[in-house]
Design a protein around this ligand. Structure first.
Ligand code: MN
Length: 288
């Protein structure tokens, strides 16, 4: 297993410059830096070549994440939105390829966060999403990119809320580069058993997010990390384990994630760094 962290732990806005984080996460003991792909369209090609070069120089693997905006919703009933989404993703994949990023995860099958003030049609959205995902998988395959379908809790999504639904979805899509993605934060709300959900995912698990129930870094809460690590070993998982902590308020990140109190307890930047350094060390010891 390789261990990573999502750069937004340190940010208040999505996007920004990922290059300085490569050395930072390397020094903190990580193998992987996960970046946000939603604003790739605002950066020129040269930036992605430089990003890839910096990662290679530091022996850091890059992975991508995206919580799709409504205009990129592959489940939309408006065919123009599907076309728009496919062309948006095509540009992302081209730039991921330049930076040597081979996996992207998130609610790629829908949009995020869901606006529940609108009516929703789960079965119709499911059918449209599966058809859209088959097209997207075909484009991604040209770049050797894997699409990881993140199962989300009910408050943030409605198509895939548990591992079982996620598996039904990827089986319906039936493309080798479309895999399941689980996140302990969401699983904690929806799954009867964290361990059983991981076992059910088995060989179809493509990406794994870790965090405590309140999104603190692993080690600081009550998640059964030993059992989670054992379940990953049991299914022979040797992919990415990426922590996705969110502990500070403010900006679009704080609002989208619903951080309404300072979960960090007034931590300084040095303390934030030390928390995740200890967390990744803990995960290595517990999972390996
Ligand atoms: Mn996640």
């Amino acid at each position: 297993m390789k261990f990573g962290i999502y750069y937004a732990y340190w940010e208040k806005e999505w996007g920004g410059d990922f290059i300085p984080y490569i050395e930072k996460v390397k020094a903190l003991g990580f193998d992987i830096l996960e970046v946000a792909c939603g604003d790739f369209h605002n950066q020129p090609d040269d930036y992605f070549r430089a990003l890839g070069q910096a990662a290679r120089a530091s022996h850091i693997t890059l992975t991508g994440g995206y919580g799709p905006r409504a205009e990129h919703n592959l489940a939309s009933s408006d065919p123009a939105v599907i076309e728009q989404a496919l062309s948006f993703y095509r540009d992302i994949f081209r730039k991921m390829d330049m930076a040597d990023i081979r996996s992207i995860g998130g609610a790629l099958y829908s949009y995020w966060p869901v606006d529940y003030s609108k009516d929703l049609d789960k079965s119709g959205d499911w059918e449209r999403s599966v058809a859209g995902m088959q097209k997207l998988a075909h484009i991604a395959a040209d770049y050797g990119i894997t699409l990881n379908m993140e199962v989300l809790n009910r408050f943030e999504g409605y198509l895939l809320n548990e591992a079982k639904e996620g598996l039904e979805y990827i089986r319906a899509v039936d493309r080798p580069n479309v895999k399941l993605m689980l996140d302990t934060f969401h699983m904690n709300i929806e799954e009867d058993s964290l361990v059983e959900a991981i076992r059910l995912a088995g060989k179809d698990l493509g990406h794994f997010h870790v965090g405590e129930a309140n999104r603190r870094p692993p080690r600081q809460g009550r998640m059964p990390w030993k059992e989670i690590g054992q379940a990953l070993k049991d299914i022979g998982y040797n992919g990415a384990v990426v922590m996705e902590p969110f502990v500070t308020m403010g900006g679009k990140v704080g609002k989208d994630i619903r951080i309404w109190r300072d979960i960090s307890g007034g931590a300084t930047l040095d303390q934030l760094d030390a928390d995740v350094r200890q967390s990744v060390q803990f995960l290595r010891e517990t999972f390996d």
